[in-house]
Write a protein that binds this ligand. Sequence first.
Ligand code: PYL
Length: 266
Amino acid sequence: MTRLKEDWIRDIEMGMKEYERELVGKTGITLLDLAAKSNGIHPDRIREAAKSYKVAAVPVKAGEGVIGTFSQSVAAILHHLGFQVIITESTDVDGIYEAWQSKAHCIFLADDQRFLGIHPSKNQISDNNIATAKGYITALEQVAGSLARRKVLVLGYGLVGKRMVRLLLEKEAQPVVYDIDPVKTADLAPDMVLKDRESMKDYPLLLDVTNQGGWVCEEMLHPEFWMAAPGVPLSLSDELYRKYEHRVIHDLLQIGTAVMMGELCK
Ligand code: PYL
């Protein structure tokens, strides 16, 4: 996944209520409901856990360093689900130690390669790539109905795209994959690969995990399309996103982080 920038995520904490209103408006369910549905659990499992779990968000300096407001954004999303969340003063390994000293049940932390939620006493770990794949497929089902026996176009065949294809096959959907680099899709059966992106317009159901930004033009969109897009930056231009925002589910951290917490509540 693209490395986030502080500019992109600085408004997440203040914008959680507006974010939820928009999500409910599009999908009919709240972020907590989506986190539960994505994990096949009742929302009350999350509500009950929120009463007792203490969560620590641990900033990580390793690699390219801390992203401004990243830990604060993760904490705000988990707090929005009802959890008590602290952000450790210390970072990295010392931050994990501080979380343990604070008797945190769950720890959320990310380096440049991986964003994890960990619940040590339950021996559970949640990977943001998997949670994002589950959460966005569930969101697409919410707006488009069951995906079984329906073609779903996955744009971008990286870690999350690959996980999405696996989940779609488990749901007996018919994933078709487009990637700008044909080498990435070389091992897929020919009928699972979209060769020319202009024929995107034949696919009303889109999962967009690309990271080019602004490459989709209006002519490439099916008139009745729905797009669930964890990809950063978004493949629609700002103008096209403004025009079709009601048909696009997109955020930078919320769905993935909430679904991670849902996994730790299973
Ligand atoms: C987890 C996000 C989703 C999209 N891209 C992923 C990303 O930006 N990963 C890097 C996260 C680094 C966080 C930094 C900090 O502030 O603790 N180490």
